[in-house]
Design a protein around this ligand. Structure first.
Ligand code: LLP
Length: 441
């Protein structure tokens, strides 16, 4: 988020609200979302993709991937910024609908949608359903027939490209659960076209997440377009959906390509490939999540116990200071799950102390419970300091758990000096409420 430091105290301000004020009012840990940044990023990412493809004669829709962070307020911000919404479960669909998202602007994903989820999606009029398996063709066709509608569907395929951050593998084999192989796509599309209650919109492919360059998207688009051309022989294929995956900077070591450059590079490839294949440029769709909401979020914790440990490094022995905070892997599972990098700073004061190598650990009963693996804090960091971990807007609250009976923290939106809760935190009573108790023993 857009942060500033108070001249007098060195206190961090987020969206014009002092971090200490947020902590005092809402407690810690707390997820803070900078509303202006979330809205602006949504607008920038959508705008960059639409502008780049407009130039090559393609109309583009941008779906915000709700799995990154979805609440009714966040859904409204996205819609206000001109985004559609991508959901991947009945629960996410319910939130989008509750937020008043136009059902036609919702895309519904999932490799194992239940019959009732499909029924609900078709019945509520979602714009597109992304078919993920052969079985699902019949299931969606049946639901659409029952509701008396012609359901627009995409077909999810694997382009054989797998990308993560800097590298992509162009020969990634298809040993994963999502989608059909490109080889099987023509037959599946034929089945879709034979179903009267279905309308085929185009292919869909998502190659990975936290991707920094255009190479993987370009390779994937080229492979998809040659199948897209094959499909054009037997009927219209109006769109191509390249999924999400644009990366963000978690620490100063990360340098993702700016979204407008990425968009231009992908558009150039699509234009060139279509030229080579002599087919019209299709309309496009994208599904970014992290690139929109990731950097708008910051988590505040209170520092608790500390413990210096001597570690051997290439340059000799080093002291690493473990600083434990009042949350951990239950509010940010990404470090434990993906070995993700984050940074940390003191949010409550300025310090002139020399930097010390720190590791920010949580309070869970597990040694892998780490929030920030390696960073530096002033060596006088002490219990009671307020710590801030930036770039926690995506896949932190949405992946949160109640491990060790910790309540999920609230999400507080800040803007122009005002803070408001958009999802309240869980209390112990919330956690106990679902326990059936001993009465029926
Ligand atoms: N579309 C589809 C079909 C997806 O599966 C995903 C992410 C997205 C769009 C959005 O991707 P994004 O633009 O946010 O990278 N929990 C992991 C990330 C899992 C991504 C799953 N799919 C993490 O925290 O890094």
């Amino acid at each position: 988020p857009r942060t500033a430091e108070r001249e007098s105290s060195g206190e961090l301000q987020i969206g014009g609200v002092p971090a200490t004020e947020i902590a005092r009012q809402f407690g810690t840990p707390v997820y803070v979302i900078d509303e202006r940044e979330a809205r602006e990023r949504a607008d920038d990412v959508r705008g960059a993709l639409q502008d780049a493809f407009e130039k090559i004669g393609s109309h583009t829709h941008v779906y915000y991937a709700g799995k990154a962070l979805l609440t009714s307020v966040v859904a409204r911000w996205m819609v206000d910024a001109g985004c559609r919404i991508d959901v991947c479960s009945g629960g996410e669909l319910a939130v989008a609908l509750a937020a008043g998202v136009e059902p036609g602007d919702i895309g519904f994903h999932g490799n194992n949608k239940s019959l009732s989820e499909i029924d609900r999606a078709v019945g509520s009029g979602v714009g597109t359903i992304i078919i993920d398996s052969i079985q699902e063709i019949g299931r969606v066709a049946e639901a659409a027939a029952r509701h008396g509608v012609r359901q627009r569907v995409r077909l999810r395929v694997n382009s054989g490209v797998h990308a993560h951050t800097h590298e992509f593998l162009a020969t990634a084999h298809e040993d994963q659960k999502f989608g059909l192989s490109l080889e099987d796509a023509p037959d599946a599309v034929q089945r879709i076209r034979h179903a009267e209650s279905l309308e085929f919109v185009g292919l869909h492919c998502h190659i990975g997440s936290q991707i920094f360059g255009a190479g993987g998207f370009a390779e994937s688009a080229a492979r998809l377009l040659s199948v897209h051309k094959e499909l054009l022989r037997d009927g219209p294929v109006p769109e191509l959906n390249l999924g999400g995956g644009f990366g963000i900077a978690y620490t100063s070591a990360d340098a993702p390509t700016p979204i407008s450059d990425l968009a231009d590079a992908i558009a150039a490839i699509v234009r060139d490939e279509c030229g080579k294949l002599q087919i019209p440029v299709p309309d496009m769709a994208f599904e970014p999540g992290r690139a929109i909401i990731g950097t708008a979020g910051i988590t505040l914790y209170e520092a608790g116990t500390t413990k210096p440990v001597t570690v051997e490094t290439a340059e000799g022995p080093h002291t690493r200071l473990y600083v434990s905070v009042d949350g951990g892997m239950s509010d940010n599972a990404r470090t434990a799950l993906y070995d993700a990098d984050y940074s940390v700073r003191i949010a409550s004061r300025r310090s002139a102390s020399t930097p010390a190598l720190v590791r920010i650990a949580g309070k869970h009963c597990e040694s892998g419970d780490i929030v920030v693996s390696d960073d530096y804090l002033p060596s006088d960091v002490k219990p009671g300091d307020l710590l801030a971990v930036p770039a926690t807007g995506a896949y932190c609250w949405s992946l949160a758990s109640n491990y060790n009976y910790l309540g999920r923290p609230p999400i507080v939106a800040v803007r122009d000096g005002h803070a408001r809760v958009i999802v309240r935190g869980e209390t112990e009573a919330d956690l106990m409420a679902r326990d059936a108790g001993l009465d029926g023993r």
